[in-house]
Ligand binder design. Structure first.
Ligand SMILES: *Cc1c(COP(=O)(O)O)cnc(C)c1O
Length: 421
C-alpha cells in the first residue's frame, strides 16, 4: 500500500490543474469590434427597433436559435434574470405553487418567489441528482400550476415522464438547463422541449460572456412576454396587447457580451465533446471501486459534465466521506462534499423576505415547512454521501484524468482497509 499524501507520502498530483479558460484572440477581436463601433448597446425601453436590442444581440440570438433548433432564443444579462422572465411570462396567479428541485442553484427557486408564487420542493433521484418523477404526484395540489425542472450537473432530467405528468395535470414546464447546454435528450437538446428552457452564460459555465443567460422557446407568445419583461415592457404594450399586464425590468445583454457570446457559441460543441469524453473516461476508470457510485447517464442522454457527481453506497459512518475528501484533496484532487439543499436556506425556514407575515406563503392555508424526511434523498446525499468534482472549473487533458484515477485508486486502497474490513 502506498503512503497517502495526507500521511506524509508524495502527492499524486503536486501541480494545480489548469483553470478552465477557452478565451483567445477571437473573443478579443469580437470585443474590440464592438468598442470600435462606439455602440455598446442599442436597446431602448420603448416600442420600435430599439426594443429588440443591437446588431450583436440580434445576431447572437439568431445563432443561438439555430444551434439549439428552437424558434426563439432571448438573451439576458444573466440566467437568473432569464429565469425570472420565464416564470413571469407564464402569467400565473399569485399564490400558485410551482414544483422545483432542492438540488440546484438558488436562483431556480427564487425566480418563482419573485412573482409571489410558491416553490414546492420535490425530492431528487439518488443516481442522477435530477428531480424524481415518481415523487411529483404526491406534491400536486389544486394550486399547482407549473414544474421547474433543473438539468443538473450536465444531463437532462427524465423529461418523458415529467412531460406526461405535466400534460395530465395541465401544468406549464420550465427547464433550468444552466449546467447542460448542448446535452442531448434523445433527438433534442436539454431545455428545448419544455415551454421555456435556458442556459447560463456566467463565467463558471461551459461557455460564457462574463455574465449572461439565454432563454429558448418555440412559443411566440412566451417569447414576446419574456422580451417585454426583459426591457421595460410596461412602456411598450397598450390596452389591446397580449392580455397580460407587464412589470418590466432591465435584464438586457450588452453588445460586447453578445459579440463574445457568438465566438463562444461556436466553441460549444468542441467543449462539451471534450467534457463528455473525459467524464466517460473517468467514469470507466472509477467504476469498480467498492462503495463508489459513479455518475449515471440516463437512457437517451448525453452528459456534458458540468460536475462529475458521485456518492457512497451502503451504511456510512460519519467519517467515511470526510476521510475520502481530505485524502483526495491532499493528493491534489479537488473534490468537494455536498452540493445544495436550497429548501434549508434561512429564506425558506424563516419566510421573512417581505417582513414578518410570511408572504407569499401566508396566502395559502397549507403548511409549507419542508420536513427533514420529506426530501430524503437530497438530504442524505448532501449530508452524508455525495461528493463531486467541478469539471468546468478546470481544463483537463487525458493525463490529468489518468492522475485523478490514480489518486482515487491509491486512496481507495487505504479506504477499504480502514472502513471496509
Ligand atoms: C449558474 C446557474 C444559474 C444562474 O445563472 P446565472 O447566469 O449565474 O444567473 C441558475 N441555475 C443553475 C442550475 C445554475 O447552475
Amino acid at each position: 500500500m502506498s503512503l497517502l499524501a495526507i500521511d506524509g507520502g508524495p502527492m499524486v498530483r503536486p501541480d494545480k490543474f489548469a483553470k478552465f479558460n477557452t478565451y483567445d484572440q477571437r473573443e478579443l477581436d469580437a470585443a474590440s469590434r464592438v468598442i470600435k463601433s462606439g455602440q455598446l448597446s442599442s436597446f431602448l425601453g420603448a416600442a420600435g427597433e430599439g426594443f429588440e436590442g443591437g446588431n450583436e444581440v440580434r445576431a447572437f440570438e439568431e445563432e443561438l436559435a439555430d444551434f439549439f433548433l428552437v424558434k426563439h432564443a432571448i438573451t439576458f444579462n444573466s440566467w437568473t434574470s432569464g429565469l425570472i422572465a420565464a416564470v413571469g411570462a407564464l402569467g400565473l396567479p399569485m399564490g400558485s405553487e410551482v414544483l422545483v428541485t432542492p438540488w440546484t442553484m438558488t436562483a431556480t427557486a427564487t425566480a418563482i418567489l419573485h412573482w409571489n408564487l410558491i416553490p414546492v420542493f420535490v425530492d431528487v433521484d439518488f443516481e442522477t441528482f435530477n428531480m424524481d418523477p415518481s415523487k411529483i404526484e404526491s406534491k400536486l395540489t389544486s394550486r399547482t400550476r407549473a414544474i421547474m425542472v433543473a438539468d443538473i450537473f450536465g444531463q437532462s432530467a427524465d423529461m418523458n415522464r415529467i412531460i406526461e405528468i405535466a400534460k395530465k395535470n395541465k401544468l406549464r414546464l420550465i427547464s433550468d438547463s444552466a449546467q447542460a447546454p448542448g446535452a442531448k435528450y434523445f433527438d433534442n437538446y436539454a431545455g428545448t422541449i419544455s415551454d421555456i428552457g435556458g442556459y447560463s452564460l456566467n463565467y463558471h459555465k461551459h461557455i460564457h460572456t462574463g455574465e449572461g443567460g439565454v432563454a429558448v422557446t418555440n412559443c411566440d407568445e412566451l417569447a414576446y412576454r419574456m422580451k417585454l419583461i426583459r426591457n421595460h415592457g410596461e412602456a411598450v404594450i397598450d390596452d389591446s396587447d397580449i392580455g397580460m399586464n407587464v412589470l418590466g425590468h432591465n435584464f438586457r445583454m450588452g453588445e460586447i457580451e453578445s459579440a463574445i457570446g457568438r465566438v463562444q457559441l461556436a466553441k460549444l460543441n468542441s467543449i462539451i465533446d471534450e467534457k463528455y469524453h473525459q467524464g466517460l473516461e473517468l467514469k470507466s476508470r472509477l467504476r469498480n471501486l467498492p462503495r463508489l457510485r459513479v455518475p449515471k447517464i440516463q437512457d437517451g442522454n448525453t452528459h456534458v459534465f458540468y460536475v462529475f457527481g458521485m456518492s457512497l453506497t451502503g451504511e456510512l459512518s460519519s467519517t467515511e466521506r470526510q476521510f475520502l475528501i481530505d485524502a483526495l484533496n491532499a493528493e491534489g484532487i479537488p473534490v468537494t462534499a455536498g452540493y445544495q439543499n436550497i429548501h434549508r436556506l434561512p429564506l425558506y425556514r424563516k419566510k421573512d423576505i417581505f417582513g414578518a407575515n410570511e408572504f407569499p406563503w401566508s396566502m395559502n392555508a397549507s403548511d409549507y415547512t419542508f420536513a427533514f424526511t420529506d426530501l430524503k434523498n437530497a438530504e442524505y446525499l448532501h449530508d452524508n454521501s455525495y461528493f463531486g468534482i467541478g469539471f468546468c472549473m478546470f481544463r483537463f487533458d487525458s493525463s490529468d484524468i489518468k492522475q485523478v484515477g490514480d489518486a482515487f485508486e491509491k486512496v481507495w486502497e487505504v479506504f477499504e482497509n480502514k472502513f471496509l474490513v
